[in-house]
Design a protein. Structure first.
Length: 341
């Protein structure tokens, strides 16, 4: 009996690369075959015995290189994202999320895929108060201004298209709302408002390594959900097998981590034991960005999701990944989106 295919679009991305490895080990190799896909030319996945198909989602002709039968699940992570766009162009969101997403849905229809899994951004609920618990099926509330607006609009439009294909063609649909997913990357920068900037997360790690003070801005008890990439991957892989027609899930752990707990864990994992970093408190009235509190109960009840990574285990895994840099070829200047020639 031919194996069922699990196709992951966005396998060369920061999150998708780890998801692909996790999926390879999660699914029964006698029943399922994981297939990686991305825009880059690479042989990296061959060392993990994972087939790779180079596909530009905006080009429907590229889909001919993918399996045309026995496709069980399609996981769609690929998209241009604001933090890597150094020269704003809203058409890039339309091409990667809307046009590319439509091409993926058409591929699912033609090959009779059983289900599609799609990742939504938490910025679709960014206008809710940080004190509110975000439930999975909450009505979107987001800003129509700023460099994230078109990104959120395109993501929301893709969800509407998925609903159409679910009702019209019977393709099972599973949507996941993502906060920051923590996965180590050798590339430590992003591009807020087009400016190359080291991520604060990595600044703290390097300060701890060098025994320098770690900074806490504002309320040290301000907390956010810190989701390790393998907990994220667990949820998606379980959704690929669950006997349900559809679902909408928040990615999370259910245990928000305070700024103080984050710093204490970084110092414990990365600072020299004989000269640990101290903590410097910087008063400010500005609230932290991304401090969403996610309700994950339906993922626990419906998928059997069980978070495995607390903040200490998360940083320990980062420390191990820093030693191997397994995805170094994906994490260079070429990963950012640009319209500059």
């Amino acid at each position: 009996m031919e194996k069922k295919k699990i196709i992951i679009f966005g396998s060369t991305g920061n999150v998708g690369s780890y998801l692909t490895l996790y999926a390879k080990n999660f699914f029964d190799p006698e029943k399922y075959e994981v297939i990686a896909s991305g825009r880059r030319e690479t042989n990296l996945f061959a060392q993990y015995d994972i087939p790779y198909c180079r596909v530009d989602l905006a080009k429907k002709e590229d889909f001919s290189v993918l399996p045309q039968e026995n496709v069980h699940a399609v996981m769609l992570l690929a998209a241009t994202i604001p933090s890597y766009m150094d020269d704003y162009d809203p058409r890039m969101y339309l091409d990667s999320i809307v046009v590319g997403g439509l091409n993926v849905l058409e591929y699912c229809r033609k090959v009779k895929a059983d289900r599609i899994l799609f990742t939504q951004t938490v910025f679709d609920v960014a206008e809710y108060s940080p004190d509110e618990i975000i439930h999975p099926y909450v009505t979107p509330k987001f800003s129509y201004t700023g460099d994230h607006a078109m990104y959120v609009i395109c993501k929301n439009m893709m969800i509407e298209m998925i609903k159409h294909y679910h009702l019209e063609y019977g393709i099972k649909s599973f949507i996941f709302r993502l906060p920051t997913i923590y996965s180590y990357s050798p590339y430590h920068y992003y591009f807020p408002k087009g400016v190359k900037t080291m991520r604060p997360f990595y600044k703290q790690i390097f300060r701890a390594i060098n025994s320098e003070p770690l900074e806490i801005w504002g309320d040290p008890n301000e907390a956010k959900d810190m989701v390790h990439v393998y907990d994220f991957s667990q949820m998606l892989c379980k959704a690929a097998l669950v006997d349900r027609e559809e679902g909408f899930y928040n990615i999370g752990t259910g245990k928000p981590v305070t700024q103080l707990e984050q710093c204490e864990a970084i110092i414990d994992v990365f600072s020299p034991k004989d000269k640990p970093s101290t903590i410097k408190y910087i008063p400010t009235n500005s609230a932290g960005v991304g401090y969403f509190k996610m309700d994950i109960q339906n993922a626990i009840d419906e998928l059997g999701y069980e978070p495995q990574y607390d903040v200490h285990k998360l940083y320990e895994q980062y420390k191990e990944e820093m030693k191997v840099d397994r995805f170094l070829e994906f994490r260079d200047e070429s990963q950012k989106s640009s319209t500059k020639k």
